[in-house]
Write a protein that binds this ligand. Structure first.
Ligand code: DHB
Ligand code: FE
Length: 283
């Protein structure tokens, strides 16, 4: 991918992701954690670190380099980015143990609440010259019994055809490729958008530097992000990927699942079209 001077820097998107995370504290709710549980979990985390040091003969220079890197991670505002790429998938897997219906995956750092709302048939806000293959994404929201969930909300956000998210990349208009669609009386929706490109973790910040120091690649496969909600039902936070796309089997964020891969095909009007239904369990 080419970098232009309007591209988001790691410092820019990292700091915005920190701000967005702080603003979302209420949405995530406070963790009510007893001293016993704090002790158990924190001890286990520290033991994991201690074991890595022993098993791999970590030296003083390496320890000091790690300290400097962690300081940079905080100062660059990249904790949300780093944790969502390398840790969130495991928390999501634990949550998924008790979830029925459509499978979830990580939220990532780029959700923004309060986006424009639309009826059941909508085109996501986009620039007049928005790049990318037009895509019609349609489906139905139902409960576990197959009953349509009238008025369900499909809250969707995605990168553009260059892999950038509005609200985090300064060159993109506010709300670009974001919206909240309300399903009709039969739980149906139809969203017109463009196919996103794969996403690259910003390479100029501490997370990117760690990835390249380890000889890994910084890419996530192209994806749509979704939160699907309906009164009285448990919200699903998930992502949908594209069959045959790059990085599907080696997502840097380890967040792909077989059930979440779309197969768009040209529809009658020549545009790419794909249907995907969501199933929500009662809350
Ligand atoms: C990150 C970015 C994403 O677009 C995503 O879906 C998950 C994680 C990140 O950079 O942390
Ligand atoms: Fe993403």
């Amino acid at each position: 991918m080419t970098t232009t001077d309007t591209s988001p820097t790691a410092a820019g998107s990292g700091a915005n992701a920190s701000e967005a995370f702080r603003a979302s504290a209420e949405r995530h709710g406070a963790a009510d954690t007893s001293p016993e549980r704090v002790s158990t979990v924190v001890s286990a985390v520290l033991e994991g670190v201690h074991k890595a040091i022993r098993d791999h003969d970590v030296t003083y220079p390496e320890f000091q380099a790690a300290k400097a890197w962690l300081m940079e991670l905080g100062e660059g505002g990249e904790w949300p980015l780093f944790l969502d790429v390398f840790v969130e998938h495991e928390v999501e897997a634990v949550a998924a143990r008790s979830q029925n219906g459509t499978v979830g995956t990580i939220e990532g750092p780029y959700y923004l609440p309060g986006q424009p709302t639309f009826g059941s048939v909508a085109t996501l806000p986009q620039r007049d010259d928005e790049k990318g293959t037009p895509l019609v994404f349609a489906g139905q929201v139902r409960d576990l019994d197959g009953t349509p969930l009238a008025g369900a909300e499909v809250d969707i956000w995605q990168a553009d055809a260059d892999g950038y998210y509005s609200g985090f990349a300064p060159h993109l208009p506010e709300h670009n490729l974001r919206g909240v669609i309300t399903a009709d009386d039969e739980g149906r929706f139809e969203i017109t958008t463009v196919q996103p490109a794969p996403y690259q973790v910003p390479t100029d910040g501490p997370t990117g530097k760690m990835i390249s120091a380890a000889g890994w690649h910084p890419w996530r496969p192209a994806h749509l992000h979704l939160m699907v909600r309906a009164d009285g039902h448990r919200q699903v936070t998930t992502q949908l990927y594209f069959r045959g796309g790059d990085y599907l089997s080696d997502d840097v964020a380890s967040a792909t699942k077989d059930d979440l891969v779309l197969d768009p095909a040209p529809g009658d009007d020549g545009r790419l079209r794909v249907d995907y239904d969501f199933v929500l369990e009662a809350a």
